[in-house]
Design a protein around this ligand. Structure first.
Ligand code: ZN
Length: 257
């Protein structure tokens, strides 16, 4: 039994991220499992060393136990690319449309059979219009949510969805607790997991909790100005995060230790 906490170090962790870490840790604890800390640093331009250090500081401050996954960035890039062969060829296509051109014209790149050139065009996964995926009590029409989803970005970086699925497969993750903003993404991840035969992930236990909002009712975001400085790790912060996590644990049937 394995959960994971997978923050992107593109800003300082906020209360919502840490509440999520607590939930994953508590769920692991209740089943004598373990929590993996996976730092998603594929997008090196947005990643800063201070953010990564703060993640470790926070988890230690909250006394959470975890196992860190430390992939070598160079090997990882080539490896994630090599794993694309797991997807049936006919479902992958290169696309040269820009975001603005897609507003005026639908993409016809799949029909054109363009050659994928990493660093020049993107690689998309075709999602049939009628394809649905069930997750945590909801059914999503994947094409309505994602179109033909990008798996490899124009700047030759693996897209979040692809890296996430391969990581969760390889780390043998069995339970995933995340915010409700990722509900549709989970449905997509289950679909991709089925495509590549990642059984642990296709049948993983997914739970989604409501999001913690700031005092103005806005979603907390790591890249917001308010999180440009790290929150001091003190008793107030600890108690705020803890009570938020306790409330969410109630939604998800997770025992509070
Ligand atoms: Zn296109």
């Amino acid at each position: 039994m394995r959960t994971r906490f997978a923050p992107t170090p593109s800003g300082y962790l906020h209360q919502g991220n840490l509440a999520n870490a607590l939930l994953n840790s508590w769920l692991a604890e209740q089943s004598q499992g373990e929590m993996i800390l996976r730092i998603d640093a594929d997008d090196e331009l947005r990643t800063q060393h201070e953010y990564t250090e703060y993640i470790f500081k926070c988890l230690r401050f909250f006394g959470l136990s975890f196992i860190t996954s430390h992939p070598d960035p160079q090997i990882r890039h080539a490896y994630l690319k090599s794993q694309l062969t797991r997807i049936p060829d006919e479902l992958l296509f290169a696309c040269e449309c820009s975001r603005s051109s897609l507003i005026d014209h639908p993409c016809t790149c799949r029909e054109q059979g363009l050659i994928w050139r990493p660093g020049v065009n993107v690689l998309r996964l075709h999602l049939d219009e009628n394809l649905t995926s069930d997750i945590d009590g909801s059914t999503y029409k994947l094409n309505d949510e994602f179109g033909d989803v990008i798996l490899w970005r124009r700047d030759d970086v693996p897209a979040y969805h692809w890296a996430n699925v391969i990581d969760d497969r390889d780390l043998h993750i069995t339970h995933i607790v995340r915010g409700s903003d990722l509900h549709a993404s989970s449905a997509l991840h289950v679909h991709i997991a089925h495509l590549i035969g990642a059984k642990n992930l296709a049948t993983a236990n997914y739970r989604h909790h409501s999001l913690i909002l700031d005092t103005d009712g806005n979603k907390l975001s790591k890249s917001q100005q308010s999180h440009a400085t790290p929150t001091a790790l003190d008793a107030t912060f600890m108690s705020d995060v803890h009570s938020a996590a306790v409330r969410l644990a109630g939604e998800l049937n997770i025992n509070v230790p």
